[in-house]
Design a protein around this ligand. Structure first.
Ligand code: TGC
Ligand code: FAD
Length: 386
């Protein structure tokens, strides 16, 4: 994967390029040979998390003293891009662990919590998941029904979360629940806690190489030392989403480039009517539009990354990038499949898998519609959600 039509590589440092190359090599060696099988069989990739830990893909921007790689936001984005060229499930695993588990523990956790969890999460020895969405509250997490009751030295947690990436294999869950005062608390729930279960969601036609499930809490005793001390409102979980959405806006470019490069190669080799199909204007239109849209998306995330490095990126800017880039990628996955004709539907080629995965990506971390409304709210000052 090397598509770079506008010499964006000139904007990267040597460290960025080295990080990207090492993740690209990992994906070519460890993911591409097994991903079709994993997706067909609806299984996760064995040993994935420690392997991602070994290449520094878990918590890349978390400081080294906590086991992270201490990299900047552009490096984080490039890692997500390369992983999603392999499969959105692999990027999902890395982005949940990094942005939705390590980020809140690092940002809102105590020093003891940071030291206890972050190094093991960074190495992949421990797997985390993030519980915000509930059966009755997806786009509107403010309505959450999961509750904690203060019992002095511990909380009692009751409720349920749904659609949780990696819940069936997680050792810990960062869970968001409302307390008796109406404040939103972040809790680190550990697998062995009594009353906590994680039923798996079966039969997905999307992200088949990723485990998804529920989080069910029945009178779970959560010690106070497992409560994140520095967060008490919806702003907490939503700020985790900023980080994950940013990573997705880079990641999906990887999926789009994978489809584009395969389609270009196929169009140059496949002959019909005595000529390569790449010589027909209709096929050139598709390919030319793919590279144009990929280039626009690359420039958008590069600028967003520089703003993020300066701590200046706004949530609305991140929403725009997530929305635009996921739509770009899903359109390219669908259209590029057509360039392959019948061959486009078999597992030897990645388009159907990417297109199916991107149906989840366009839904999670805020749906396509919700991100449009966030932009609308930002430019008009009028909230159209309610
Ligand atoms: P609203 O009243 O607008 O805001 C409440 C408070 O939060 C602040 N805020 C944010 N802060 C940081 N980052 C953001 N992105 C923020 N958005 C809002 C806001 O300033 C306010 O602060 P304060 O101090 O005034 O209290 O909240 P609302 O209830 O009207 O909701 C707004 C809305 C709809 C945009 C939000 O709820 C939303 O984004 N909904 C989408 C839900 C979502 O994205 N869920 C994702 C679940 S996790 C997931 O999908 C993981 S997939 C993992 C994978 O496999 O990769
Ligand atoms: P709903 O909120 O019910 O929305 C249904 C439709 O209504 C959508 O098209 C939406 O855009 C539209 N809609 C809703 N409100 C409005 C409005 N005000 N105006 C206009 N249209 C509106 N969540 C987690 O917490 N952790 C995870 O790890 C996680 N992983 C996931 C993995 C997968 C594979 C999937 C599919 C989801 C995951 N999610 C996770 C949940 C995800 O974030 C939600 O599915 C998403 O936020 C949408 O919520 P919902 O499915 O309840 O849809």
């Amino acid at each position: 994967m090397a598509t770079d039509y506008f010499q964006i590589d000139d904007l990267l440092t040597e460290e960025h390029k080295l990080v990207r190359q090492s993740v690209r090599d990992f994906v070519n060696q460890e993911i591409k040979p097994v991903i079709d099988n994993a997706a067909h069989n609806h299984t996760d990739i064995p040993g994935l998390m420690p392997k991602l830990g070994a290449i520094g893909a878990l918590g890349p921007y978390i400081p080294e003293q906590y086991g992270g790689a201490g990299l900047d936001q552009i490096a984080y984005g490039l890692i997500m891009q390369e992983l999603e060229a392999g499969d959105s499930a692999v990027r999902s695993a890395a982005s949940v662990q990094s942005s939705l588990v390590m980020y809140p523990i690092y940002t809102f956790g105590s020093e003891e919590q940071r030291m206890k969890y972050l190094p093991k999460l960074a190495s992949g020895e421990m797997i985390g998941c993030f519980g915000l969405t509930e059966p009755n509250h997806g786009s509107n997490p403010a309505g959450m029904e999961t509750r904690v009751v203060d019992k002095g030295d511990h909380y009692i947690l009751n409720g349920a979360k749904m659609w949780i990436t990696n819940s069936p294999i997680a050792d810990i869950a960062v869970v968001w629940a409302r307390d008796e005062e109406g404040k939103i608390r972040g809790l680190i729930v550990e697998r062995e806690m009594k009353g906590f279960s994680t039923p798996e969601t079966h039969d997905k036609w999307s992200l088949r190489a990723s485990k998804t499930g529920e989080l069910v809490f029945e009178d779970v005793v959560v010690p106070k030392e497992n409560v994140l001390p520095n967060v008490s409102s919806l702003k907490g979980p939503l700020s985790c989403l900023n980080s994950a959405r940013y990573g997705i806006s880079w990641g999906v470019i990887g999926a789009a480039i994978d489809c584009y490069e395969v389609a270009l190669q196929y169009a140059l080799e496949r002959k019909q009517f005595g000529k390569p199909i790449a010589s027909f204007q209709l096929q050139q239109k598709k390919l030319a539009e793919f590279i144009t849209e990929i280039t626009k998306a690359q420039l958008l995330v590069w600028r967003l990354g520089t703003l993020k490095n300066e701590d200046k990126a706004t949530p609305a800017q991140i929403s725009m990038a997530k929305r635009n880039n996921v739509k770009m990628a899903i359109d390219i996955a669908r259209e590029s499949r057509q360039i392959l004709g019948g061959m486009g539907i078999v597992g030897d080629y990645p388009m159907m898998r990417h297109a199916a995965n991107l149906e989840s990506v366009i839904t999670y971390e805020g749906t396509h519609d919700i991100h449009l409304l966030i932009t609308g709210n930002d430019i008009t000052g009028i909230n159209a959600f309610e």
